[in-house]
Design a binder for this molecule. Structure first.
Ligand SMILES: *[C@@H]1O[C@H](CO)[C@@H](O)[C@H](O)[C@H]1NC(C)=O
Ligand SMILES: *[C@@H]1O[C@H](CO)[C@@H](O)[C@H](O)[C@H]1NC(C)=O
Ligand SMILES: *[C@@H]1O[C@H](CO)[C@@H](O)[C@H](O)[C@H]1NC(C)=O
Ligand SMILES: *[C@@H]1O[C@H](CO)[C@@H](O)[C@H](O)[C@H]1NC(C)=O
Ligand SMILES: *[C@@H]1O[C@H](CO)[C@@H](O)[C@H](O)[C@H]1NC(C)=O
Ligand SMILES: *[C@@H]1O[C@H](CO)[C@@H](O)[C@H](O)[C@H]1NC(C)=O
Length: 267
């Protein structure tokens, strides 16, 4: 697949994330900020290869991804003290939680920042201060775990190094639904993302539809925008969107085919 086409599709997806500058319940009364500042949460270095350079990191591809949609990026160090973190949150317009390999349930400091960010996002949006949150892969898993307030919502999937098309749900395809993320995506792009293997998955955990349906905190809060089968035929939720707030999460990696050139991966 031509990288330029993929670039446009993902560029568009993130642009929508930034631009859907209104809460569903109150319409679009807010002025559009076309120079938003997006925070990206760092992670503890997960391998010895990373640790050579420092104890925490942000993969460059996420920064490029956000910048390619016209936003600016500030790093949010996961181990910042609470006051600094709050001050930082008050100074930015949204947050991206990247993919990675953190066992966040074993990282109390990281976990604490994650909850603080989540509560901040909910509180801001509740009082009408539009504050989007995006999760990619691990970020998806973090969002659903924190929303459900348990890490037990995650189960194993066989989806490493696995590029597939999205299987969009009626929530996207039914024009009378009010889903936001794909709403303004041109039909040609929707066709491409639905037919070409351009969504790169690289996860061993995920969220099943059964778990989603079992947890009120999940199915009352999110809509499922896309479903996919893993390599073993088990269905995982690949894209979700909050029913009420600008909170979006994808299991695939939009930033990888665009900004990571690594021949050992299927990108
Ligand atoms: C993560 O933080 C939440 C909220 O403070 C807490 O309830 C939970 O026990 C923490 N989990 C872990 C694994 O530290
Ligand atoms: C489309 O969505 C509307 C509103 O949610 C619903 O009433 C209708 O049944 C849906 N149609 C299909 C084909 O799913
Ligand atoms: C969902 O709930 C049912 C009924 O309580 C239970 O039997 C099943 O194991 C649960 N499944 C998951 C994946 O949580
Ligand atoms: C993908 O979509 C088709 C058509 O809507 C559906 O029959 C199929 O079960 C879906 N696959 C998954 C993994 O949800
Ligand atoms: C994952 O899928 C691959 C390809 O279908 C298969 O060879 C492998 O055994 C599966 N792994 C697990 C743990 O099921
Ligand atoms: C990932 O998939 C690609 C394409 O199928 C393959 O060439 C590559 O060897 C795989 N890498 C790993 C680490 O499995």
């Amino acid at each position: 697949m031509n990288k330029i086409i993929v670039l446009f599709i993902y560029f568009f997806l993130f642009l929508n994330f930034l631009k859907t500058n209104c809460l569903k319940q109150d319409g679009c009364h807010h002025a559009l900020n076309d120079r938003p500042v997006i925070g990206i949460l760092s992670q503890p270095a997960s391998s010895d290869k990373y640790k050579e350079y420092g104890y925490q990191y942000i993969a460059a591809s996420y920064v490029k991804y956000v910048e390619s949609a016209g936003a600016r990026v500030v790093p949010i160090l996961y181990d910042q003290d609470e006051d600094t973190l709050r001050k930082l949150l008050n100074s930015i317009n949204g947050i991206l939680l990247p993919g990675g390999g953190v066992y966040f349930d074993e990282q109390p400091i990281y976990n604490k920042s994650l909850y603080l960010i989540w509560n901040y996002v909910i509180e801001s949006n509740k009082r009408g201060d539009y504050f989007p949150l995006w999760g990619t892969c691990l970020g998806f898993e973090e969002i659903v775990s924190v929303a459900a307030n348990t890490f037990d919502v995650l189960t194993s999937f066989n989806a490493s190094n696995y590029s597939i098309p999205l299987n969009l749900t009626d929530q996207v395809l039914n024009l009378s639904s009010n889903s936001l993320l794909f709403k303004e995506m041109p039909l040609e792009m929707l066709k491409t993302i639905s037919n070409e293997p351009i969504t790169m998955n690289n996860h061993r955990m995920g969220l099943s539809v059964e778990t989603f349906n079992n947890f009120t905190s999940l199915h009352q809060f999110f809509d499922i925008l896309s479903l996919n089968d893993d390599k073993s035929g088990n269905t995982f939720i690949s894209v979700i969107e909050s029913k009420e707030y600008p909170i979006y999460a994808v299991m695939f990696h939009p930033e990888k085919p665009l900004f990571e050139w690594y021949e050992k991966e299927d990108i």
